[in-house]
Every structure is written in structure tokens, then in C-alpha cells.
Ligand binder design. Sequence first.
Ligand SMILES: C[S@@+](CC[C@H](N)C(=O)[O-])C[C@H]1O[C@@H](n2cnc3c(N)ncnc32)[C@H](O)[C@@H]1O
Length: 375
Amino acid sequence: MTEPLSLQDVIKQLIKSAGPMPVWRYMDLCLTHPAFGYYVSRDPLGREGDFTTAPEVSQMFGELLGLWAASVWKSIGSPQLVRLIELGPGRGTMMADALRALRVVPPLFQALQVHLIEINPVLREKQKATLAGMPNLHWHQSLDEVPGGSTIIFANEYFDVLPIHQMVRGERGWHERTVEIGDGDRLLFGMAPEPAPHFEQLLPPLVRAAPQGAVFEWRPDAEIMSIASRVREEGGAALIIDYGHLRGDAGDTFQAIAKHSFADPLQNPGRADVTAHVDFQALARGAEAVAARVHGPVTQGEFLRRLGIENRAVALMAKASLEVSEDVASALKRLVEGGRGGMGSMFKVMAVSEPDLAQIAGLSDQPDAARIAAQ
Ligand SMILES: C[S@@+](CC[C@H](N)C(=O)[O-])C[C@H]1O[C@@H](n2cnc3c(N)ncnc32)[C@H](O)[C@@H]1O
């Protein structure tokens, strides 16, 4: 057998030997195949890359998350050791901005151990450069490796890269959607010949009546359950920010993004980011199933406004040149507003906490994190 030259070759060999593969397996290979996976070999972020995330849009995003963490730390009794964990930290920009903001709370800054969960060696190197000089940094492959202790977790645009199952409504029930080889040796979507037994019972009531051909997406609960179990057992809270929907519904959101544009997810596997929207209702259900408390979700725009992003923008603009001021104003707009190019309504924010934590900054009716941190 000849050596595969690309992920496309690997996937075709697997399909030829074992039959059509479920979409989740295809997505997993695209992102994390040890030689050709998208998140194994490159830095996809920024203007030169494939997409831009909120922390890369403006320092305000990470700074406000730092103040949010300070408010959680105070609410859980200001422990002398707190583990600040970020899942999928990209270039380390958000953590650097958060830590800078946290310096204004010295007892917290001294209590911090910072843990970065990253599988991408290229991004790990960038994170090390971005965070150079910061104390108490640790890198891990997975959350399970982080020692116990009070915990605050950030996950920005992390869940959307975790593989999804797609199910298609057929005449006799819901079938797993697959990737197979069609005419001309091209990859195409198909579906398993037999419906998944009893799958309908797992669906939100809204989706049970979906018409034939409808697609329903789901992710295994393992990741949210492990996050929620950790904050419930060790104390603390996790903040999840991602694009997605408040209620589970039918719809095909599996997409590829390359050079800031949508691409065909079956073309050039491993060379484009493949993602799918996050179902916040399913995340909430998974967290509640392990007895954690859920706060929100609200839209990103609402969350950042409640944390005081507008005041922060005014403060930054007051000290800036005209050109920088314009950049701050346009970043503010992009982060909080909806509509074309805006992240404010497409992105949602939800927290998961230990059960006794009744109020969480930005997600409950309480003063903004900046004021709480200053108290
Ligand atoms: C879409 S990027 C978001 C980066 C960053 N949070 C930001 O907002 O700029 C996804 C991040 O998750 C990392 N990642 C992807 N799959 C992962 C996994 N299974 N475990 C840990 N990190 C993962 C990627 O390398 C990258 O750092």
C-alpha cells in the first residue's frame, strides 16, 4: 500500500476498508489526525489565517473576562489557591489580557495557578511567547491532568471544534449521517442504512416532528459533564462562550472556514477549520445532569454590556490617538452588535458553577464585574 499523501487519502482508505464513516469521525480526523489534522499543525487565527476570534478583535474582551474571574473568586470566598484554566487558548491573547486586568487584585493574582489545555504544538509555542514572564503557568493535553483545587474555567470558541454527530430524518426514523465515496472518487454525504434504535426519544420535543431530510446535531456530554463535575466538586465556575443556539433545534450547521470564508467541508479535509454551532440547551442539560448550576445563557452583546464594556471602551479612547480610537469603537461594535460581521447576538455566554453560587456577574441581575472586583 502506498503512503498517504494527504488526509483525503487517509479518509478514502478508511472508507474503502471499513465502509462509510460517521460525520463525527470525519470531523475528528479533520481536526486532530496526528499527522494531517487542522489543529495539530498550524496557527489558524488572525488576519493572515482562517478566522478571527473575540480576544483577537480587542483587548477589552480578555480584560473583562479577567474581571469576571475576580468576581467569581470573591463569590467563592477568595480562596488562597485558585486554578484558572483555559480550554483551547488559541494564541494566549485572552489569558494575557485577563491576567493583566487581574493584577489590580493582588491577593487573587498571588493565588493563581494558570492551566492551559492545548493539543496544538504550534499554538502552545505562541501561548508561551504571549505569556512570557507570567508566573505559575502549566500546559496540559486535557482537563483531567489539572490537579484539584478551586477552579475558574474559560472556554471561548472551544465547544464548536468538538466533533458532532449528525442524524438525518428518514422514512423509518433517524439515521447517522455519514461521509462516503461517490462518483469520480469524490467524498459525499450519505446516511446509515438502518435508523438508530430509539433515537427519537432522546430528541427535544420541538425536533420530534421534523420533516424527512431534516438534520439534527448532537455532541457527546462527556466534555460538559467533566467541566461541570469539576466546578461542582472543587468549587468555582466555568464560562462558556461560543456561536450557537439557545434551544436545540433541527438544522445543518456543519461548516468549513478557510481564509475567512465558508468552504465545502468535504473538500480538502484537514486544510480548513471544520466546526458546528453549539447547542446551549444540551450543554445546560449535561451540566444539570451532574448537579451543577447553570447561569444564562445570554447573548455575548448582553454579557459584555453588563460587564461594562462600553465604559472600558470610553476609557481606552480617552487616552488614544484618533486612529486607535476608531479601532476601539469598531471593535466594540463588532463584539456587542448583531447583524453582518457582528458577534454580539450569534455568540452566547453561559456559566456553570457549584450549586451554591446563586449570582454570577454578567449572567444574573447584579452589578458589573469591574465594580465587584473593586469592592
Ligand atoms: C477556534 S480556536 C479558539 C482559540 C481561542 N480560544 C480564541 O478565542 O482565540 C480553538 C482552540 O482549541 C484548541 N483545540 C482544538 N481541539 C482541542 C482539543 N480537543 N483539546 C484542547 N484544545 C483543542 C485549538 O488548538 C485552539 O487553541
